[in-house]
Write a protein that binds this ligand. Structure first.
Ligand code: HEC
Length: 117
């Protein structure tokens, strides 16, 4: 009886914590701010479009697992960002920001460009 009460007590404490933990929703606007704050833009460009200093990251960034693994370990050509400096939540936000960047439109779909020919 006592152990059942203990179990119920533990569940009452743990279940809301687990639910709150899994309810994290990546925030692209916060990710844009973090992308600037952590200096990613200095090598990859503000829109992740790439530059001489780093490859393009967007549109269509790597899937989150590969993205996260690379940022945590890198190849040596990029400084690694460990969870101590850049949290998983911030990294998910940065990924959401890069995912939110639209693909460049097909030039054929831009009427003004067709008039220039
Ligand atoms: C000092 C310059 C520099 C900074 C700052 C930097 N990067 Fe990089 N990044 C690079 C370079 C160079 C590469 C290419 C490395 C390679 O291909 O071996 C790279 C590669 C990557 C890749 C792999 C891309 C691919 O398609 O393989 C990801 C993802 C990435 N960077 C994300 C980030 C994020 C997120 C930040 C900020 C938290 C950041 N980078 C900050 C220079 C930088």
């Amino acid at each position: 009886m006592r152990s059942i009460r203990l179990l119920a007590g533990a569940a009452a404490i743990l279940v809301p914590i687990l639910i709150a933990g899994s309810a994290f929703a990546a925030d692209a606007a916060a990710g844009e701010e973090a992308f600037v704050r952590f200096g990613c833009y200095t090598c990859h460009g503000y829109e992740g479009q790439g530059a001489g200093t780093g490859p393009k990251l967007a549109p269509e960034p790597l899937a989150f697992d590969a993205f996260s693994t690379f940022v945590r370990q890198t190849s040596g050509d990029m400084p690694p960002f460990t969870p101590a400096t850049l949290s998983d939540e911030e990294l998910q936000n940065i990924h959401a920001y890069l995912e939110s960047i639209p693909a460049t439109p097909d030039p054929a779909s831009i009427p003004l460009l067709q008039q220039l020919q």
